[in-house]
Design a protein around this ligand. Structure first.
Ligand SMILES: Nc1ncnc2c1ncn2[C@@H]1O[C@H](COP(=O)(O)OP(=O)(O)OP(=O)(O)O)[C@@H](O)[C@H]1O
Ligand SMILES: [Mg+2]
Length: 510
C-alpha cells in the first residue's frame, strides 16, 4: 500500500503540480499521483516550504512571537507544508525507459502518495551489464541507483561541484566499477588525488613529454621560454631541425646544444639570446629529468588497455601539464579513429587501443578554460564532438564551472552536480542542461558532501542521489592542520630537549 502524504492544490500542469502535505516534505522525494484517467504518474519534489499562520512574517516583537508559538502549538491547522513537484511521466512508461507526460494534469484534489521502493527500483536500479551501481536515492535509501556507463563513454559527463563535495570520490566509484569489467580509463591527475587509490587493474604512470614529438613552439613552452622572448623562440625553432627529430636519448640533447652553438657563431647579433636558450634547455633537462624523455617510443605506450591508467601530472606546471594532456588526447583520439577505420577498411595499421576509452580531465577550468585557447581545450572539444563515433568518452571535473569553456560543457550528455553556491557557477551549469529547472538549481546549495543531482543520458530520470563513499582511497580527506602542528611541536620539543641536554652535558664536561 502506498502511503498518502498530500493533496494536489492550486494550478496543476502536465509537468508540474503543487501539493499540500500532512508532514514536512524533503527535496528529492519521489511521489506518485493518479492522473485524470486513473494512471499512476511519478514526480520528484523540487522544492518545499513550511509556513505557520500564527508565526507569520508580520510578527513585530518577541512577546508576540512567544504568544503566537503557544497558539501555533495548540492549533493542528496552523502549519502548511507545501511541495513543488516536477512530473516525470507515467510510471509504467518510465519503467520501460520512456518519459511520457499525462495529456491532462492531475486534478486538484487528487491524493499524492509516497512512491513505493519496488516502483522506483525498476527505474533506478535496472539489471543490465551497462548499469553500474554508485549509490542510493537521497530520500529513499532502500532504492539503489545505477548509471549507464555506455552513455558516459559515448555522450560524455560533467562532474561539477564546489571543492570537497565528492567529485573525485565519484570518479573513483566509476573507475572501480569499470576496472572490474575490465574497461579502459585514463585519469589525468594534476594534484595527485588518486595516488592512494586501491583497486584491481590499476596502472600508475608519471606523465612524460617526448620533445622529439613536439613542435618547436610547444617545446619552447615546455622549457619555459617566455611568451615575449621572440628571438629566443626563433633560435630554438632554427635549432630544432628535422635531423634532430631522428636522434634519441642523449644524442638528441647533444645535437640540440650543438645546433644552438652553431647559431651562436653564425648569428653574432643574437649571441646572448642563444646563450639564454642553451641555459633554458639545460635547466629544463635538469628540472624535468623525470618527464622529458627524448627516446624512441611515444609516452602513450605506457597507457594500457583494460586498465585504470592514472597519469600523474604532479611535477608539471599548468603549461606543461596542458601540453602533456593535449599530447595524450590527440594520440588516443587518432588511435581510436584508426581502430574504427580498420574495422571498416580491413587495414593493417598498428592499433594500440582496440576498445573504447574513457578519459577524465580533473581541474577542467584550468585546462579547458572559457577565455583563452589551450591545446587541451582544442583536443577536448574534438573528443567531445567526435568521440561518440570512435568510442572515446570524456569526463570533465571542475569546482569552477563558470570558468570552463561553455562549448565543451554543453557537449556533456550527462551531469553529476553536487553542492554549488556561487550564482555564476549555477547559471553556467543551468545553461549546460535543458533538464535543469530553476527550482532544481535553487536546491544545489543545500546538498551535503556525497549528495548529488544526476541528470542527462546516463540516468533514466533526474535523481537526487547519495553516492557511496569509496573506501578504496587514502587521499582526499581534508588535512588536519591542528593535529599536524601539534605533532611537529612535539618533534621540535624533543629535538630541543636533546640538544639542550647535549649542551648541558658539554657544559658539565668543560
Ligand atoms: N559519497 C560520499 N559520502 C560521504 N562523504 C563523502 C562522499 N564523497 C566525498 N565525501 C567526503 O568529502 C571529502 C572530499 O571528497 P573528494 O575529494 O571526492 O571531493 P572533491 O570534490 O574531489 O574535492 P576537490 O575539489 O578538492 O578535488 C572526502 O574525503 C570525504 O570525506
Ligand atoms: Mg577532487
Amino acid at each position: 500500500m502506498n502511503l498518502e502524504i498530500g493533496i494536489v492544490i492550486g494550478t496543476a500542469k502536465p509537468d508540474h503540480v503543487i501539493f499540500e502535505a500532512r508532514r514536512p516534505i524533503s527535496l528529492g522525494e519521489y511521489v506518485s499521483i493518479l492522473d485524470s484517467q486513473g494512471r499512476k504518474v511519478l514526480g520528484v519534489v523540487e522544492s518545499s516550504s513550511i509556513k505557520s499562520d500564527a508565526l507569520s512574517d508580520s510578527i513585530s516583537n518577541f512577546e508576540q512571537a512567544l504568544e503566537s508559538k503557544q497558539v501555533a502549538s495548540e492549533n493542528s491547522r496552523d502549519k502548511s507544508y507545501k511541495a513543488n513537484v516536477k512530473i516525470l511521466g507515467l510510471l509504467d512508461q518510465l519503467q520501460k525507459c520512456k518519459s511520457i507526460l499525462p495529456e491532462i494534469p492531475p486534478l486538484p484534489g487528487t491524493e499524492v502518495f509516497e512512491a513505493k521502493p519496488d516502483e522506483l527500483e525498476t527505474i533506478f536500479d535496472p539489471v543490465k551489464d551497462e548499469w553500474l551501481k554508485i549509490g542510493t536515492l537521497l530520500r529513499q535509501k532502500e532504492v539503489g541507483v545505477k548509471i549507464n556507463i555506455n552513455k558516459v563513454t559515448t555522450r560524455h559527463l560533467g562532474v561539477l561541484a564546489m571543492t570537497g563535495m565528492g567529485k573525485s570520490n565519484l570518479i573513483i566509484l566509476l573507475a572501480k566499477a569499470i576496472s572490474e569489467i575490465p574497461g579502459t580509463m585514463v585519469i589525468f591527475d594534476y594534484h595527485d588525488d588518486y595516488k592512494g587509490v586501491n583497486m584491481t587493474n590499476l596502472n600508475f604512470i608519471s606523465a612524460q613529454i617526448n620533445p622529439r614529438l613536439l613542435t618547436p613552439e610547444k617545446f619552447a613552452e615546455v622549457i619555459e621560454i617566455r611568451d615575449m622572448a621572440d628571438i629566443q623562440k626563433i633560435i630554438l625553432s632554427k635549432a630544432f631541425d628535422d635531423d634532430l627529430r631522428h636522434r634519441t636519448g642523449d644524442e638528441f640533447w647533444q645535437a640540440l646544444e650543438e645546433n644552438i652553438d652553431r647559431l651562436q657563431i653564425s648569428e653574432k647579433r643574437n649571441k646572448a639570446s642563444a646563450e639564454r636558450v642553451k641555459e633554458k634547455v639545460k635547466e629544463a633537462r635538469r628540472k624535468l629529468r623525470n618527464i622529458l624523455y627524448a627516446n624512441a617510443s611515444d609516452p602513450a605506450s605506457m597507457i594500457k588497455e583494460g586498465r585504470i591508467n592514472i597519469i600523474s601530472l604532479l611535477e608539471l606546471n599548468e603549461k606543461q601539464a596542458n601540453i602533456a594532456i593535449a599530447f595524450y588526447l590527440e594520440l588516443l583520439l587518432a588511435d581510436r579513429k584508426n581502430a574504427k577505420n580498420q574495422l571498416h577498411n580491413n587495414t593493417n595499421d598498428f592499433i594500440r587501443f582496440k576498445n573504447p576509452i574513457l578519459v577524465v580531465i580533473e581541474e577542467a577550468h584550468v585546462f579547458i578554460p572559457k577565455q583563452e585557447y589551450t591545446d587541451t581545450k582544442y583536443f577536448a572539444a574534438k573528443v567531445a564532438r567526435e568521440g561518440r563515433k570512435f568510442g572515446m568518452g570524456l569526463i570533465v571535473v571542475s569546482q569552477r564551472p563558470r570558468s570552463i569553456d561553455p562549448g565543451v560543457l554543453s557537449q556533456m550528455g550527462s551531469l553529476a552536480i553536487m553542492k554549488i553556491i556561487q550564482q555564476e557557477d549555477q547559471t553556467q551549469v543551468a545553461s549546460a542542461s535543458e533538464s535543469l529547472s530553476t527550482n532544481l538549481i535553487e536546491q544545489l546549495p543545500s546538498l551535503n558532501p556525497g549528495e548529488s543531482l544526476l541528470i542527462g543520458q546516463w540516468v533514466n530520470l533526474p535523481s537526487f542521489v547519495r553516492l557511496y563513499e569509496s573506501k578504496d582511497r587514502r587521499m582526499g580527506a581534508d588535512p588536519d592542520p591542528v593535529e599536524e602542528w601539534k605533532k611537529s611541536r612535539i618533534q621540535h620539543d624533543s629535538i630541543r630537549e636533546s640538544s639542550n641536554s647535549y649542551l648541558r652535558e658539554g657544559y658539565v664536561q668543560d
